[in-house]
Each structure stands twice: as structure tokens, then as C-alpha cells.
Write a new protein. Structure first.
Length: 409
């Protein structure tokens, strides 16, 4: 890790005592909810994408721009809020972000055109980014090394139920009250987090915050961008997240429109598949060193991507498609744990900036791939996108494996 961090702060081990007892349980659950927030913002309204196409009399690719704008908001929001949280503390930034999200969720319900809807999705993403990146940042404030890996994997495993439950809830709600009802539930989720926030103890005390000129914290992005170890793990996580978003953006149309399943059935399939992300997240911890699991997962992902390519072009059978999704989700869970943990371990001295860069990179991949899978034949474009990203994931996993350092404790 380069040493020239602007406004450098002491590490967690040098100041904050690690939480224990009842507050530790609350903290883990709170982090799970914050992390789930980003998943719900994207996954919960997935079952209604075909309905939104019909509601606004538009095209599949245009509606998928709602996913893209949400991801742009998540990525840009993280890049802005990361340095601000290093300067003003995590709690204050989180409250502002949650208020912004609630405004965006409520206003999206009254959108009269698809363009208004896409705009409010951007606002939602900006607000949701606060909770999503702080779920990675707060553990890095309090832990390092293997202790950090344990907390990140635990949160990731429990949070596997977020993408599991979000499409199911979305399918149930959409059946009765339409896509607008989903955004009222998201509004309620944001309000719940606001209600719980006073119980959260600030993880970044004033003694560890960035000081000096206002723009100094943003300079840490340059320092982090020059850290080869950090960038390698950020790109590993980003490429893997791109695969997840290719799957998320295409699945409603493949499962519902192409294979003819209902919104509720779609939600159940998506929910079941997401549980394999949680299993993969915990499995990664069994590897010594941790980064070896990324190479194993990336190689397996290449095999799955090749099989999916054949499925999309030649087989055209739903159950083959569904069975192949399971190992793909498992491998992605392993890769998320490695990418998140090793990147945050490298960047924990400016944890807000590091977490923001991880999120931004992932959403650049996601925002790029989501509308692309809607172009032309969605089966073919999805196969190409997943295959290309699987190759990139393997490249970054091999680069990570060659780095000399792993977790420092």
C-alpha cells in the first residue's frame, strides 16, 4: 500500500476497539440491511420489467436503462460520499443519503413518462449508494486482516437472502398492486434504516477523520488508483459484478417472456439462485491463502460460461438454463468475498474512498452491460456478455494470485 495517503488516518487497530456482545449482533444485522439496500433497489422491481415496458409503451432496452441509471447513481454517489464520509463521519453522510433515496423512491411512483422514471431511478441510486458502500466501509473502520475477511464474508453470506427475497417480494407485490407498489416498499425500507440509524455508533471518530482543505480527501482516489494491488482486486470484483448484472438484466425477459413463467415463479427462481451466492461467499474463507479461491472460482466460471453459451444458442431448454445459473452464482459469491476483502484490506487507511472505488468500478461494469443484453436477440447478447466478462474475471484472478501479499494477519 502506498504510504502517501492524503490526510492519512490511523488504522482501526490503532484506535477503535472492536465491537462485542449485543452491539456486535446489532452491527452485523445493521450492515446486512445496509448491504441489502443496494440489492433491493435493483432486484425488487425485476419481475415488473416486462410490465413497465407495456406501461410506458416503450422497448426492453429503454426500460433496462432504468437499471443502468440506478447503477450510475450508485456508482457516482459512492465516489462523492466516500470522501465526505472520511471527512464528516459515516453516520451523518448515511442519514443524508437515506433521505435522498426516500425522495427518489416516492417520486418515481408518479412518473408520467419513462424518461421521468429513469431520472428518479438515478436519484434513488445516489441515495442508496450511502448504505451500500458504508456496509463495506464500516467493517474496515473496525477490523483488518482475517478479522475483516470474517466479517465481510459473514455479512455477504447473510446478505445472500437479500437478492433471494427481493424478487420474490417484488413478484408478490406486483401481482396485486403493480410496479408502483414496489417503490412504496423501497420507500419503507429507507425509512426503516433511518429509524435504526440512531442506534448505530459512529465507527470513524473525529481523531481519525481526514482534515485540511475540503478537496484533500478526493486526492486519495489518485493514490489508490496507483496502488496495483488495490486496483487488481477492484477490477476482479467489478468484472464479477458485471456478470451478475448481465444475469439480472436479462433474466426477467428470458424467464417470463421467452419461457413463459409468471412474475411469482420468476421471483422464486431468482431467490433460490441467489442463495448460492451466500454459499460461495462462505466457501471462499476455506482457502489458504484467500486469493486462491478467486482462481478456482474464475476457472469454474469459464466452464459454466461456455456451457451457457451453448445453452443460449443451441439447447433452448429452461431447466438447462436454470441449472447452469446455480454454479455461476456460487462462483460469483466466492469472487465477491475475495475482491471486497482484499481491496478493502489494501485501502483501509482511507476506507471511504476505497469502498467508493470498489462500488464505482462494479457499477461501471453493470451500467454498461445492462442495456447491452437487451439489444437484438436477448439470448445471444446475454451469452456474449457473460462469456466476455468471464474471460476478464479469469485474467484479474490470475493477476491477483501472482501478487506477493495477501491478508496481513
Amino acid at each position: 500500500m502506498p504510504s502517501q495517503i492524503s490526510g492519512q488516518m490511523p488504522t482501526a487497530a490503532e484506535s477503535n476497539p472492536s465491537p462485542s456482545g449485543g452491539y456486535y449482533v446489532f452491527l452485523i444485522l445493521y450492515l446486512v440491511l445496509l448491504s441489502a439496500f443496494g440489492s433491493f433497489v435493483n432486484d425488487m422491481y425485476l419481475p415488473t420489467l416486462p410490465d413497465i415496458v407495456r406501461s410506458f409503451h416503450t422497448t426492453t432496452s429503454i426500460v433496462q436503462l432504468g437499471l443502468t441509471s440506478g447503477m450510475i447513481g450508485l456508482g457516482v454517489g459512492e465516489m462523492i460520499l466516500g470522501p465526505l464520509s472520511d471527512r464528516f463521519g459515516r453516520k451523518r453522510v448515511l442519514v443524508v443519503a437515506l433521505v435522498v433515496f426516500c425522495i427518489g423512491a416516492a417520486c418515481s411512483v408518479w412518473s408520467k413518462t419513462i424518461h421521468e422514471f429513469i431520472w428518479w431511478r438515478l436519484i434513488q441510486g445516489l441515495g442508496a449508494s450511502g448504505g451500500y458502500f458504508l456496509a463495506r466501509t464500516i467493517p474496515a473502520d473496525l477490523y483488518k486482516g482475517k478479522a475483516l475477511a470474517k466479517v465481510m464474508a459473514l455479512v455477504g453470506a447473510i446478505n445472500g437472502f437479500a437478492p433471494a427475497s427481493a424478487p420474490v417480494i417484488g413478484g408478490l407485490v406486483a401481482k396485486d398492486v403493480g410496479w408502483q407498489g414496489i417503490f412504496w416498499i423501497l420507500f419503507g425500507f429507507g425509512m426503516l434504516l433511518l429509524f435504526l440509524t440512531p442506534a448505530f455508533k459512529e465507527s470513524l471518530p473525529p481523531s481519525r477523520r481526514v482534515t485540511g482543505r475540503f478537496g484533500i480527501a478526493f486526492k486519495n482516489y489518485i493514490v489508490l488508483a496507483r496502488n496495483r494491488f488495490f486496483v487488481t482486486h477492484v477490477m476482479l470484483k467489478g468484472a464479477a459484478l458485471g456478470i451478475l448484472f448481465a444475469y439480472i438484466a436479462s433474466a426477467p425477459f428470458i424467464i417470463q417472456d421467452h419461457y413463459g413463467y409468471t412474475q411469482l415463479q420468476f421471483g422464486l427462481f431468482m431467490g433460490f439462485n441467489a442463495l448460492f451466492v451466500a454459499c460461495g461467499s462462505m466457501t471462499a474463507l476455506k482457502f489458504k491463502p484467500l486469493k486462491r479461491s478467486a482462481v478456482v472460482a474464475a476457472r469454474a466460471l469459464m466452464v459454466v460460461a461456455a456451457a451457457q453459451f451453448a445453452c443460449f444458442y443451441l439447447v433452448h431448454n429452461f431447466w438447462v438454463y436454470e441449472v447452469l445459473n446455480l454454479p455461476m452464482m456460487f462462483c460469483l459469491g466466492m469472487l465477491f468475498t475475495v475482491g471486497n476483502t482484499l481491496a478493502m484490506n489494501e485501502g483501509r487507511q482511507c476506507a471511504g474512498d476505497a469502498s467508493a472505488m470498489i462500488g464505482f468500478a462494479g457499477y461501471v461494469f453493470g451500467a454498461t452491460v445492462s442495456p447491452l443484453v437487451g439489444l437484438g436477440d436477448i439470448m445471444h447478447s446475454t451469452a456474449i456478455a457473460i462469456g466476455a466478462l468471464a474471460v476478464m474475471t479469469l485474467i484479474f484472478a490470475r493477476m491477483s494470485r501472482k501478487l506477493p501479499a495477501d491478508l496481513d494477519s
